[in-house]
Design a protein. Structure first.
Length: 475
């Protein structure tokens, strides 16, 4: 049955490999289950009921999107409310509270209208193949550079932003910037002394996990990533207990495993505040819809193209089969997310970890989706996976994706310059879409001013112009 549905033999994979790949991806992106409601509710500003609603919406919308990816596109890519987009939504909610006088929950529900409209727009564009045509409009050289650029972004997340400690005032102490920087500068040792033991443990955990993954992968063990993450988790738990004197499982003792569906029904489920949408002004509303659409569209396209390229799922022209169906997945996920109560659902770059574990079909996405649904009841267990363990997987996958640079023609300046800009822009901006946008703009300018304007397609000109407007208006 699974063979017939997912064509496992044709994709040179097996049920065991796909399940391991799905669980690997789940472990690397499970952080979103708790982080998304934290961000969207202002770390408690919206109240516990809203937090519970967003938490359930995160699990449900992610699972639905992954089921669509599994059965419609048969691809191993996994989806959830996108980082960056949820932070942006949280900022807008805060501004609405200040500008309109609406309460936090009312402002949140007004933003759900924006997410609904965005999802519907994406659904129409996907059905009309417009989004596929946008993918085709990205020059091949830039498409080939997306995978290594995402690799750098994963390295930046793994080393830089994924491992940090926050104090009671939300001051954050980051591994790469503060810990490694302090080894030479010395400034952080004076102000964050208490954070050092935990950060040292995190650093050790990351590198232990990374070396285990590399060792097993070199021996051809397909489950190397998930085994490395488990070993890293065990190292962290032992260190946390033996060295720091903490109980890494203490949160399980007081955790609730009963889903708060009542809170969801009262705060987020089909709670569209169209009156609040009118209060924010139609110009603002339209601007927000366009902003969400542009960011999400190129984040998703970049992730799909980059990860598919690494997995060998693209043809010589860099095109991926079933791209339309894959793009429909995030459209449906976003609509479901707006109806249940969360921000835009998009394809996660952490999907690359499952691909590296051998995932090649929709069974990987299905497995991850089931795991997200299970978290409705088992979220406290997913929450004890340390960030350092997931960072080990992200760093490993990031390194592997960097090998895609060998496919880029660096002798051609019209390719070399845009790709180099994209390599820097993605990790610095934290946005795949912004990186692609800067690459598209630079590619177009280079072609025009070197006397080759006819080599740029009309749609490429339009996309470059839209990004110029977006960056100029800073929306």
């Amino acid at each position: 049955m699974l063979e017939k549905r997912f064509k496992l033999n044709a994709n040179n994979t097996s049920v065991k490999t796909e399940i391991i790949a799905g669980l690997t991806t789940f472990m690397t992106m499970a952080y979103i289950i708790a982080l998304n409601p934290n961000l969207l509710t202002g770390y408690g500003a919206g109240g516990q009921e809203l937090w519970n609603g967003v938490f359930l919406a995160t699990c449900i919308s992610s699972a639905v999107a992954m089921f669509v990816m599994a059965f419609l596109a048969n691809k191993p890519f996994c989806l959830a409310p996108g980082m960056g987009l949820n932070s942006f939504m949280a900022i807008v909610i805060g501004n609405l509270v200040a500008m309109t006088g609406m309460g936090y929950v009312e402002s949140f529900q007004a933003m759900l209208c924006i997410i609904l409209i965005e999802g519907l727009v994406f659904l129409v564009l996907s059905l009309l193949n417009v989004r596929e045509k946008i993918v085709d409009a990205i020059p091949l050289g830039i498409r080939l550079g997306i995978s290594p650029a995402i690799g750098l972004m994963l390295l930046n997340i793994g080393f830089g932003s994924n491992i940090y400690i926050a104090d009671s005032n939300f001051n954050q102490f980051f591994m790469m910037k503060d810990f490694f920087g302090a080894l030479t500068a010395g400034y952080a040792k004076q102000t964050m002394t208490d954070a050092y033991p935990t950060m040292v443990l995190s650093v050790v955990t990351l590198f232990v996990g990374l070396f285990v993954i590399v060792t097993l992968a070199s021996k051809g063990v397909k489950a190397s990533v998930i085994i490395g993450m488990l070993v890293a988790s065990i190292v962290y738990w032992i260190g946390d207990a033996a060295v720091l004197g903490n109980n890494p499982f203490a949160s399980l003792a007081t955790a609730s495993f009963v889903p708060a569906f009542g809170d969801m029904a009262s705060t987020t489920l089909f709670k569209f505040n169209f009156a609040g949408l009118a209060q924010m002004g139609w110009f603002t509303a339209i601007t927000l819809v366009i902003t969400f659409c542009v960011i999400d569209m190129f984040d998703t396209i970049g992730t799909l193209v980059g990860t598919a390229s690494r997995a060998g799922m693209v043809d010589r022209e860099g095109n991926m089969p079933n791209m339309k169906e894959a793009l429909l997945s995030d459209s449906v996920g976003t609509i479901i997310g707006s109806c249940t109560g969360t921000s835009t659902v998009t394809t996660f770059i952490e999907s690359a970890s499952g691909v590296e574990a051998g995932g090649r079909t929709g069974l990987t996405a299905l497995t991850c989706g089931i795991a997200f649904l299970a978290c409705i009841f088992l979220a406290p267990i997913a929450a004890i996976i340390p960030a350092a363990a997931t960072s080990a997987a992200l760093v490993y996958v990031g390194v592997l994706m960097m090998t895609g640079l060998k496919k880029v023609n660096f002798d051609d300046l019209s390719v070399c310059v845009p790709v180099t800009i994209m390599l820097i822009a993605m990790p610095v901006s934290g946005s795949i879409g912004h990186g692609i946008g800067l690459a598209m703009i630079s590619y177009t300018f280079i072609k025009v001013f070197t006397g080759k304007p006819k080599e740029v397609s009309a749609l490429t000109y339009i996309i470059s112009l839209l990004f110029l407007v977006k960056f100029f208006l800073a929306v």
